[in-house]
Design a protein around this ligand. Structure first.
Ligand SMILES: C=C1C[C@]23C[C@@]1(O)CC[C@H]2[C@@]12CC[C@H](O)[C@@](C)(C(=O)O1)[C@H]2[C@@H]3C(=O)O
Ligand SMILES: O=C(O)CCC(=O)C(=O)O
Ligand SMILES: [Fe+2]
Length: 332
């Protein structure tokens, strides 16, 4: 008996974005070697919650090494990749994102950066040298974390708040709950010629953590919401990093910085590989608007621990407004 499966386009969410072929030219560009970057950073976080970083100090060889380890992993047969375990919360996932029914044209590895646990998954995978992977991941994560901390310290300076490590200390903490995600979006030839319709690779969402640092190969796909209902496509740049403000930083800055809504659409011809570092606080850390940022204004959010927020995020759909539950109701 021949079993005919439904075309991909009928199995995955599609969106209509006629303007996806034109790239957005307004992405704030932050040159970390320039002395004026702190003010530009603050402006970018207020306006978009998103920016591109150049002169970032992350050695190119760390980037290429981890990308090649990721590519090697994704080219293994599915039965081998599944030996990394399912992503509950750390492991290999394909087409399903999170525990609540979200799907996308993507496969990924989700790993914790904090303990050996992140690498143990690789011990049993034939064709994957765990030591090479561990080394590539360690070097990449340390360098990206250093850059993320520099950005966070410049942001504290730009906001004129003290101490300047008020945000970065959360990532530097030994207990920091940070993660690394390696995403692979295979090309999807079926969508070619399906006029203005795009297959969802990773559906729209905001990142719950403090800051996310994304690097991808030169394949397009990332889009951000401008907050006015319009979505724009981000031109890929393999030598730069893209940074997202996460929900926790939006809360700590009492809404000054915007946690950017973003998504990825699949490409019909080229494969996209992205590597995202999610800088999160320790699980027991209390997250709330910083007292120095609520002087003379209302505090917009209730305080929560990162554990509480993660728990609540875990039971939400990808596109949910997760911060809604923690917003204070304005007094009338
Ligand atoms: C649908 C989900 C996937 C996610 C956990 C969640 O329940 C809601 C938040 C999602 C997200 C988005 C950013 C990151 O990719 C991620 C690792 C995170 O911290 O929150 C994912 C979660 C996931 O894939 O488990
Ligand atoms: O893969 C990408 O380019 C972005 C994915 C993303 O937003 C995420 O993993 O949270
Ligand atoms: Fe994201």
């Amino acid at each position: 008996m021949v079993v005919l499966s439904k075309p991909v386009i009928q199995q995955f969410p599609v969106i209509k974005t006629c303007k996806s072929a034109t790239f957005f030219s307004g992405v704030p560009l932050i040159d970390l070697s320039r002395p004026d970057s702190k003010n530009l950073l603050v402006k970018a976080c207020k306006e978009f919650g998103f920016f591109k970083v150049v002169n970032h100090g992350v050695p190119g060889k760390f980037i290429t090494k981890l990308e090649s380890e990721a590519t090697k992993f994704f080219s293994l047969p599915i039965s081998e990749k599944q030996k990394a375990g399912s992503p509950d919360p750390f492991g290999y996932g394909s087409k399903s994102i999170g525990p609540n029914g979200d799907v996308g044209w993507v496969e990924y590895l989700l790993l914790t950066t904090s303990t050996e646990l992140g690498f143990q998954r690789f011990i049993s995978i034939p064709g994957q040298n765990p030591e090479n992977f561990r080394c590539a991941m360690n070097k990449y994560v340390s360098a990206v974390k250093r850059m993320a901390c520099e950005v966070l310290e410049l942001l504290a300076d730009g906001l004129k708040i003290q101490p300047r490590n008020v945000f970065s200390k959360l990532l530097m903490d030994e207990q920091s709950d940070s993660a690394l995600r390696l995403n692979h979006y295979p090309p999807c030839p079926e969508i070619q010629g399906t006029d203005g319709r795009n297959l969802i690779g990773f559906g729209e969402h905001t990142d719950p953590q403090i800051i996310s640092v994304l690097r991808s190969n030169n394949t397009s796909g990332l889009q951000i919401s401008l907050g006015d209902g319009n979505w724009v496509s981000i031109p890929p740049d393999e030598s730069s990093f893209f940074v997202n403000v996460g929900d926790s930083l939006q809360v700590m800055t009492n809404g000054r910085f915007k946690s950017v809504r973003h998504r990825v659409v699949a490409n019909s011809l080229k494969s996209r590989v992205s590597m995202i570092y999610f800088g999160g606080p320790p699980l027991s850390e209390k997250i709330g608007p910083l007292p120095s940022l609520v002087q003379g204004e209302d505090s917009l959010y209730k305080e929560f621990t990162w554990f509480e927020y993660k728990k609540s995020a875990k039971s939400s759909r990808l596109a949910a407004n997760r911060l809604g539950l923690f917003e204070k109701v304005a007094a009338s």
